[in-house]
Design a protein around this ligand. Structure first.
Ligand SMILES: Cc1cc2nc3c(=O)[nH]c(=O)nc-3n(C[C@H](O)[C@H](O)[C@H](O)COP(=O)(O)OP(=O)(O)OC[C@H]3O[C@@H](n4cnc5c(N)ncnc54)[C@H](O)[C@@H]3O)c2cc1C
Length: 424
């Protein structure tokens, strides 16, 4: 009998199991998840869930009845420990050995850890899993001084929640700007102002040098400038590493993630990878990238379900992302570089505006603050690669919704598929 084994019970793995049934797959599906919980949504962990008290429940990815209804054999709390591509089998931590016709890595990512002196002190925390979030939530109830290491999305989302709960919050960021890798300079400095305006001490150009404690418990963070900050809680948010070691052991090609082609197939024809753990050729940037977003995980899963049911489908969805930092909702579509030419539409002082980013005259992405309607229109413009120019955005008459309804232009993979047949 045909069997698809999925490793990882996160956003990508669960969506894939669901979409395989939607696409009519009738074989066996086995989903291995090393976390013991019913699969849950990660984004609220640094937002609404963290804002509540420690009795809050996580938002499930699917109802508890999902696995029975979709005939998916769910293996909670079970890790896949080895893969034999030649024999097409996996071995799991509970002793299960299974043969597969197709195997899918949906193993996600894990936190990058700090190694400075004092990293092991009690009160130094990370935020990736439900267990991490519950531990942090409990400490938020008693902490007074929080130091966040890293001004990326998760660090700043957490910092905003902690500040809102009345804590003294310092954020240390080694780089010159918050969220500097993924936002335009304008948006980055807007968020710096928002957070400092809310009383967060944002220390740019300061990394963590060491941590000191009393009786094994964190009490102070010392930055690379020698500045000292009191801390009874330290939250580290310095990025993630893809969980690709198991794939490496199986001799699959990896390079900042498990390397896949446009149809998400690895260097082994029976093995696929998607979500945070995969490095794929992006149709919009023309480069290989690894994305960490719900959109990427779920859309790749829907696309892969088609490929696995005999309809080879190159993945070419437009990347998009959101973040909620205090009362500010940020939406991003496309892939933005900090040195893109950026044009602001709207009035930032009102807390509602968008930034259109261009490179060599081409629209690369749009960032919107508290402007969902404009953002949806901008997303359509990007998806359809409509010829929006900096001059048009600067025009006072420019109407993103009307512009997005203009004549349809082919998406990158549609254009490519007309040039040459998809290789799958
Ligand atoms: C706190 C937080 C907030 C976020 N906020 C946003 C947001 O606002 N917007 C957004 O778009 N994205 C956000 N993200 C990112 C988003 O949640 C991820 O991109 C998405 O969850 C990736 O899904 P995934 O299935 O690829 O990986 P994961 O969700 O990491 O799931 C992979 C699962 O596989 C398991 N696993 C790994 N190896 C094995 C093995 N050998 N055997 C069995 N199981 C294994 C892992 O333990 C994990 O449970 C956030 C992430 C975090 C942590």
């Amino acid at each position: 009998m045909s069997r698809i084994v999925i490793i990882g019970g996160g956003q990508a793995g669960v969506q894939l199991a669901d979409s395989l049934r939607t696409e009519g797959y009738e074989g066996a599906i086995d989903l291995f998840a090393d976390e013991p919980h019913l699969p849950y949504q990660r984004p609220p962990l640094s937002k609404d869930f963290m804002a509540e008290d420690d009795s809050a429940s996580p938002l499930p990815l699917r109802a508890g009845t999902f696995f029975g209804e979709r005939a998916v054999q769910f293996h909670p709390g079970v890790q896949v420990t080895s893969v034999d591509p030649a024999g097409q089998t996996i071995v799991a931590s509970d002793g299960t050995i299974l043969s597969y016709t197709s195997l899918v890595f949906a193993t996600g990512a894990r936190n990058r850890e700090i190694t400075v002196q004092g990293s092991e002190l009690d009160g130094v925390r990370y935020l990736r899993t439900l267990d991490d979030a519950k531990a942090l939530q409990a400490e938020l109830g008693t902490a007074k001084h929080v130091v966040v290491i890293g001004a990326g999305f998760i660090g700043l989302e957490f910092a905003a929640v902690a500040r809102n709960r009345g804590l003294d919050v310092t954020v240390l960021e080694f780089g010159p700007r918050p969220m500097g890798r993924v936002l335009s300079r304008f948006m980055s400095s807007y968020f710096a102002d928002v957070h400092t305006g809310n009383g967060i001490k944002l220390r740019l150009g300061e990394g963590i040098a060491s941590l000191t404690g009393t009786g094994g418990k964190i009490s102070r963070a010392i930055s690379t400038t020698g500045a000292q900050y009191p801390a009874d809680l330290v939250v580290v948010g310095i990025g993630v590493l893809p969980n690709s070691e198991l794939a490496e052991q199986a001799c699959l090609e990896t390079d900042n993630g498990i390397v896949v082609d446009a149809c998400l197939r690895t260097s082994d024809p029976h093995i696929f990878a998607l979500g945070d753990c995969s490095s794929y050729p992006n149709a919009y940037t023309g480069t290989r990238i690894r994305l960490e977003s719900v959109q990427n995980a779920t859309d790749q899963a829907r696309s892969l379900a088609k490929t696995l049911t005999g309809k080879p489908t190159p993945y070419d969805n437009l990347p998009w992302f959101w973040s909620q930092q205090g009362t500010v909702k940020l939406q991003i579509a496309g892939i933005i570089h900090s040195d893109d030419e950026s044009i602001v539409r709207g009035e930032p002082a009102t807390g509602k505006f968008s930034v259109y980013c261009f490179r060599d005259g081409q629209l690369t992405g749009v960032e919107s603050v508290n402007s969902p309607a404009e953002h949806m229109a901008a997303r359509k413009v990007l998806e359809q690669q409509l010829p929006l120019t900096p001059g048009l955005v600067l025009d006072a008459e420019f109407d993103p919704k009307a512009f997005s309804r203009q004549s349809f232009v082919l998406t990158p993979s549609e254009r490519k598929s007309q040039e040459r047949p998809a290789s799958v």
